[in-house]
Design a protein around this ligand. Structure first.
Ligand SMILES: *[C@@H]1O[C@H](CO)[C@@H](O)[C@H](O)[C@H]1NC(C)=O
Ligand SMILES: *[C@@H]1O[C@H](CO)[C@@H](O)[C@H](O)[C@H]1NC(C)=O
Ligand SMILES: *[C@@H]1O[C@H](CO)[C@@H](O)[C@H](O)[C@H]1NC(C)=O
Ligand SMILES: *[C@@H]1O[C@H](CO)[C@@H](O)[C@H](O)[C@H]1NC(C)=O
Ligand SMILES: *[C@@H]1O[C@H](CO)[C@@H](O)[C@H](O)[C@H]1NC(C)=O
Ligand SMILES: *[C@@H]1O[C@H](CO)[C@@H](O)[C@H](O)[C@H]1NC(C)=O
Length: 894
């Protein structure tokens, strides 16, 4: 009999390997049985802790229990487990440990439960119950009385813009997710970055303390400003982490209380109860110096959280690894249940605003209510405030528990009374009805002093579990998911909406217009890659027929953005009012390249100053480096006879044969002039692809132009300065490039001399602005696409020729420069004030374009309507016109 009882206890242990024999009765039989039992259930339950104090509490739990346990033999059933304590740096490390099996349990804020489920596959197994047994609490905003007067019922929460805020930590449901989401809806907090809501908050708040705002998972590309760390107070390595003195709910209040610090702290009602109203934590501050800001901008006393809150928040939950079997989870639940029964005396600081402070609703056994008997009230109904008043019967007589089993009369076979929850667990309408803490009495009827209090945290609050906890709600199998914690009948779906809402993107899709099948293939790969990285908005691909077609598609809204050569940019800006918002940056670190003319070393007769009758290769008709710059050079120096601004006509007359992709298309050549067939004679594409100005023509683009010269009969190729190096020296494996040596290619200089291919700085036709991404003139939209591309290149910008991984600046041979240039290393976002094609083009390209193309705008370019910038550009526009008209008049008068 005795042995059996002994076998039924739980050992709590701080030392993972040892066993505190010293504490046990010198009872050999029990020792033997104990050892046997221990072997049978050899399985550690390791509680993950995140601070010294928490670790101390955990160890104390173990030690205290070691002394106590023998007197409570029989209480624990088959649930004997050795408990260990293991300290990690923060809860995220704990999540990793639990996921990897190095720890077993920890309690998390409901917002962290979401993170734990999404990134570390942890599952909740039990939820804390507060007050009278509710699995929820409230999110509240605390300010110093009479401060933040910008927030008034008339202005609502908009007055919070610029406030110095104290948050417990990014990700905390009541202290971050809920307020940020509400401010997005009601306070004017704009989503400025779909993939990083920290950035949006940075733009809204003043200097604040939001621990973890620089941590990797909230700072995907490492460029978060430290504005949300400015108020934090930790030292190096600690500052702005969850170990910061101002981290956590209690820390957020400390941040508010500290001088010259926060204006507002986002905490929970339980924080007010335990950190503020208890008068033990904040060093003598009185609750009278604080007030709550309600969701409508009004104010209320700090105890009015039921009326003045920012939403009902699901209670914290205990999580474990999803790898734990249902049996194991059940045992962990039983363990928690026993801990409450043994050590879970409710914290004396628990307060219920509608009861006398310091007292609790207790049942006839002197125990706090579990909500068993009141389920009908517990379904979420924000208007039924009375649910807390239904039962005025209270019995606060500590002696009233005498009827309960005392240690001496305890009958181990009546353990069933603690298991009645099993039946009721199946009833979906109930908060689990575990037997709560029970005061035990000794022989003389005196309550046995507890060696350990689970819900009391020495010198601080909420160690291991929230101090406000009175019991647990055990989750059945279907409920063991973070989704259930966030969205259930006690809290409704607003918490889940907030968690998803702060990560939401107002734009659902970003449609990229591409111009060929190979580009379409690359775009789809990119779409899949971005989707895998869970980036927002979703990238979609739209197949246009040509660059001009894409310009129209973007202008009309069939697509959202496209990548254009600098000369095409001018066309898109002039004809369709598209606006550049990102530009390619090359290995040089610059966002421009030189236009060069390339010839073969073994052909010394080709001279840039005399190309009459020569065969020429161009990247594409109307492109900056391959067409505009060389023709502008030839025309402006008088080498070629001009035909007005019709560069195509001039070239067709002067050159013998060429490949100038696009030359047969009316989109690029004035339809009134004769078709210039010879401008396509050198081109190589089969059937309808011949001379197309896209990747389907093999001689299209910078690499195509060189190929045209090397294998297609061209004497000179016009391309970017890096193109000769890109195709020679074995850099490309296609047969035409395989044996090409760097010295086989030479640059033709404007002065008629030649230079080696690396001497482009002294031998070029001018600087060409890099290709740009263009969209409609809406900064909100453009910022969103720009951010998407920034994240994309952070993940997929590295050059790799691994055919299984996606790389933005790589094109599968035989293709080159699909969508983005292969010579690019990244995309540079353009600030709002630089989103002007005219600015990006610069005077050289503008002048060259006017010489070569009648399409080129002769006047001003459209600038995205940036409020400040517009006035400036409008002025120059007006001034330009005034000047032009004046000149015109002067000419007339002469
Ligand atoms: C208990 O076991 C120890 C050896 O482990 C032995 O020396 C001692 O006499 C035993 N005591 C009793 C009461 O059997
Ligand atoms: C804040 O400053 C006041 C006086 O300036 C001082 O009395 C008070 O102790 C300070 N409080 C804290 C938390 O530093
Ligand atoms: C508190 O109880 C009173 C009646 O006893 C009721 O009028 C009031 O609405 C209750 N307040 C809350 C917040 O439940
Ligand atoms: C509780 O019991 C003790 C001793 O049994 C007694 O002195 C005390 O008055 C009782 N308290 C109440 C509230 O009945
Ligand atoms: C609280 O902690 C302090 C220092 O860690 C210790 O001196 C004190 O005894 C503890 N108090 C309790 C009640 O455990
Ligand atoms: C910019 O785009 C957003 C999102 O599509 C839209 O809500 C907004 O009205 C647009 N603004 C202007 C000025 O067109």
């Amino acid at each position: 009999m005795k042995g059996r009882q002994i076998a039924f206890f739980l050992t709590l242990h701080s030392n993972l390997s040892g066993f505190a024999e010293a504490y046990y009765y010198n009872d050999n039989l029990s020792q033997v049985l104990l050892q046997k039992e221990k072997e049978k259930n050899r399985e550690l339950v390791i509680w993950c802790t995140t601070s010294i104090l928490e670790q101390e509490k955990c160890e104390k739990l173990a030690k205290a229990d070691a002394k106590y346990i023998f007197r409570n033999k029989g209480l624990f059933g088959d649930d004997y487990r050795e408990i260990g304590c293991k300290r990690a740096f923060d809860t995220e490390d704990c999540m990793i440990w639990v996921d990897q099996g190095e720890a077993t349990l920890l309690a998390l804020d409901a917002g962290e439960v979401y993170i734990a489920g999404r990134y570390h596959s942890l599952v909740p197994i039990a939820q804390e119950l507060y007050g009278n047994g509710e699995p929820y609490q409230y999110s509240v905003a605390v300010v110093k009385k009479g401060s933040l007067l910008s927030v008034q019922p008339s202005t609502g929460l908009h007055g919070l813009r610029g406030a110095k805020a104290c948050f417990p930590g990014v990700g905390a449901l009541a202290g971050w997710v809920m307020p940020v989401h509400i401010l997005m809806q009601e306070g004017g907090l704009k989503i400025t970055d779909c993939n990083n809501h920290i950035k949006s908050a940075v733009d809204y708040f003043g200097d604040s303390c939001a621990p973890n705002s620089l941590k990797d998972i909230y700072n995907p590309i490492g460029d978060n400003p430290d504005k949300l760390c400015k108020l934090c107070s930790g030292g190096a390595g600690i500052r702005c982490t969850l170990a910061d003195p101002y981290a956590g709910y209690e820390g957020a209040l400390k941040c508010l209380v500290a001088n010259n610090s926060g204006d507002i702290a986002f905490v929970r009602d339980t924080t007010i109860q335990h950190a503020l109203l208890s008068h033990k934590i904040l060093g003598g501050v009185s609750e009278d110096s604080f007030e709550l800001i309600c969701r409508d901008g009004s104010r209320a006393p700090v105890t009015s959280w039921e009326k003045c809150n920012w939403g009902r928040i699901p209670a914290d939950a205990v999580v474990t690894s999803s790898a734990a079997s249902q049996d194991q989870r059940k045992r962990y639940q039983n363990l928690l249940q026993k801990l409450v029964q043994l050590y879970g005396e409710p914290n004396p600081s628990n307060k219920n605003p509608n009861n006398t402070f310091g007292q609790q609703n207790r049942d006839q056994y002197g125990n706090p209510f579990s909500s068993t008997e009141r389920d009908s009230y517990d379904t979420y109904d924000p208007y039924r405030r009375n649910r807390f008043n239904y039962d005025e019967k209270q019995d606060n007589d500590p002696n009233s528990s005498t009827e309960r089993d005392s240690y001496d009369t305890y009958d181990p076979y009546r353990r069933n009374r603690f298991n009645y929850d099993e039946k009721q667990d199946n009833d979906p309408n109930r908060v689990s009805t575990l037997a709560p803490f029970q005061t035990r009495l000794d022989r003389s009827g005196q309550p046995i002093e507890l060696p350990f209090q689970l819900f009391v945290s020495n010198e601080t609050t909420d160690l291991l579990l929230q101090d406000a906890t009175i019991n647990f709600r055990m989750l059945n199998e279907e409920e063991q998911a973070s989704k259930h914690i966030l969205n259930n009948k006690y809290v409704g779906d607003q918490a889940e909406k907030a968690v998803l809402g702060v990560r939401a993107c107002p734009l659902k899709r970003a449609i990229l217009c591409v111009t060929s099948d190979p580009e379409m293939d690359k775009c789809i790969k990119m779409r899949i890659a971005l989707k895998a990285a869970v980036l927002s908005p979703t990238l979609s691909c739209w197949r246009g027929h040509s660059a001009r077609h894409c310009e129209r598609a973007v202008a009309e809204g069939s697509a959202d953005f496209t990548v254009l050569d600098a000369a095409d940019m001018l066309h898109a800006a002039y004809k369709h009012r598209l606006v550049p918002f990102m530009q390619e940056v090359y290995t040089s670190g610059e966002s421009w390249y030189y236009a060069v003319a390339v010839a073969k070393e073994q052909d010394p007769d080709t001279d840039l100053t005399y190309l009459r009758g020569k065969n020429t290769c161009h990247t594409g008709i109307g492109t900056a480096a391959g067409w505009i710059y060389p023709l502008a050079y030839l025309l402006s120096n008088g080498w070629i006879r001009p035909y007005g601004c019709d560069g195509a006509h001039a070239a067709a007359q002067y050159f013998s044969k060429s490949c100038a992709p696009g030359a047969l298309s009316t989109e690029y050549v004035d339809s009134a002039t004769v078709p210039h067939d010879n401008l396509c004679h050198l081109c190589h594409g089969a059937s309808f692809r011949r001379c197309r100005r896209d990747a389907s023509e093999p001689y299209y683009g910078h690499v195509g132009a060189l190929r045209c010269m090397v294998e297609g009969g061209g004497d000179v190729a016009f391309a970017r300065h890096s193109a000769p190096a890109e195709v020679s020296g074995g850099r490309r494996r296609e047969w035409w490039a395989r044996d090409l040596l760097p010295d086989d290619l030479q640059l033709l200089c404007p002065d008629g001399t030649r230079a080696k291919m690396h001497e482009y700085e002294h031998c070029n036709l001018g600087k060409v602005p890099g290709a740009v991404l263009m969209g409609r003139a809406n900064h909100t939209e453009l910022d969103t696409y720009s951010n998407l591309m920034i994240y994309a290149q952070q993940l997929y910008g590295a050059a790799t020729s691994d055919e299984f991984s996606f790389s933005m600046f790589f094109s599968q041979p035989p293709y080159a420069d699909l969508i983005f240039s292969d010579a690019a290393v990244r995309l540079k976002p353009l600030p709002h004030s630089k989103r002007s094609a005219e600015m990006i083009a610069g005077p050289a390209l503008l002048r060259a374009a006017r010489i070569v193309s009648c399409d080129a705008p002769q006047a001003s370019y459209y600038v995205a309507p940036d409020p400040e910038f517009l006035s400036h550009s409008y002025r120059t526009y007006i001034m330009g016109h005034v000047l032009a008209i004046t000149l015109f008049m002067v000419v007339l008068m002469q």
